[in-house]
Design a binder for this molecule. Structure first.
Ligand code: AOF
Ligand code: ZN
Length: 320
């Protein structure tokens, strides 16, 4: 249905562009025909609904609006006009959305405004999960006051993130590393521990794949060189000293971080997992065996790995 189209439109937007605002798509349908569509393209830019209303013009009167999230109600400090009021003024007949706006300043007030103006409203339970997933970061901050946390790790087949001397460049190959750079351009912030900064001196940028994320370093008691690449001018960096993970996440949410990519290393990963603060994991697996190897580039590798799914497990086998 038209709500699917509204989702498809919203999904085309990189969440980094709208953050800390959500991605929203809106489709206006009249007599079975799409008469307008719009998306919220970026923070501070117009919301999805007025974009669609402008496209539809006079055809809006009597149309049904399909929106990925409840249209906003007015509140203090808002930058855009209220979408619920705009839909009322434009004379839509009905508003169908996937979820309520989890922002406590809206949360149901947008739909209440519409109903009070005599407009029918409908929230589609079948789309609730998709609606929350479309804006994982925004929903997480609004509901839990912490970012959506994604753990990213690159491992060899035998579960090593580095060679015996700590060398981790490179475990995975170029296409996987490019995928990581593209991934970084989708996240508001990227987090590593001091160990990773000291061992790898990573820049933690998207390497031209898009906007750079905010760089976050958990330094603990360790001291870091001001010349480390994470402190270069390509993106801002925050350093946290001894501080509880929950407090750090709360502070990041306050700074507008909706999605956080945790790139390790192993101590940081363990701490996040132990605290139950991981929402999603992305594991890049290289067909190598790093145990006992001094250099990940020359570690023994499976020539033609065969992958079989066995229940919930995977068997990866092959000759060296
Ligand atoms: C909508 N349509 O396209 C978006 C909405 O400061 P403002 O005026 O831009 O308002 C931001 C809030 O509006 C944001 O926190 C969220 O509650 C809602 N986002 N609402 O009707 C949209 N992006
Ligand atoms: Zn709005």
């Amino acid at each position: 249905m038209s709500l699917d189209l509204a989702f498809a439109l919203a999904r085309r937007v990189n969440p980094r562009e709208t953050s800390p605002n959500p991605r929203v798509g809106c489709v206006l349908v009249k007599d079975g025909r799409t008469v307008g569509q719009g998306v919220h393209h970026g923070y501070g830019k117009p919301h999805a609904e007025p974009v669609a209303l402008q496209k539809a013009g006079a055809r809006t009167r009597g149309a049904v609006a399909y929106v990925t999230m409840e249209p906003c109600a007015p509140f203090a400090g808002k930058r855009n006009p209220s979408c619920a009021e705009a839909l009322i003024a434009a004379g839509v007949r009905k508003v169908v959305c996937a979820t309520l706006d989890p922002n406590p300043k809206v949360a149901g007030r947008g739909l209440a405004l519409l109903r009070r103006a005599g407009i029918k409203t409908s929230v589609q339970p079948d789309y609730a999960a998709a609606g929350a997933l479309l804006n994982r970061g925004f929903f997480s901050v609004m509901r839990r006051r912490r970012p959506w946390v994604v753990l990213k790790t690159a491992l060899s087949l035998d579960g090593k993130a580095a060679a015996t001397n700590g060398k981790s460049r490179w475990v995975t190959g170029k296409p996987a590393r490019n995928a990581v750079h593209a991934l970084r351009a989708q996240y508001d912030a990227i987090l590593v521990g001091a160990g990773t900064v000291l061992a790898d001196n990573p820049a933690l940028t998207s390497h031209g794949a898009g906007k750079n994320p905010l760089r976050v370093v958990l330094a603990g008691r360790r001291s870091l060189s001001k010349r480390a690449k994470v402190f270069d001018s390509s993106a801002p960096t925050v350093v946290y000293r001894k501080m509880a993970l929950r407090a750090i996440l709360k502070d990041l949410a306050r700074r507008g971080v909706g999605t956080l990519l945790v790139e390790g290393g192993p101590t940081i990963h363990a701490a996040f997992l132990k605290a139950g603060l991981v929402d999603e994991a992305k594991v890049f697996l290289a067909p190598k065996l790093l145990s006992g190897s001094l250099d990940p580039n020359t570690a023994p590798r499976l020539k033609t790995p065969k992958v079989t799914k066995l229940g919930d497990d995977w068997l990866i086998e092959g000759a060296l």
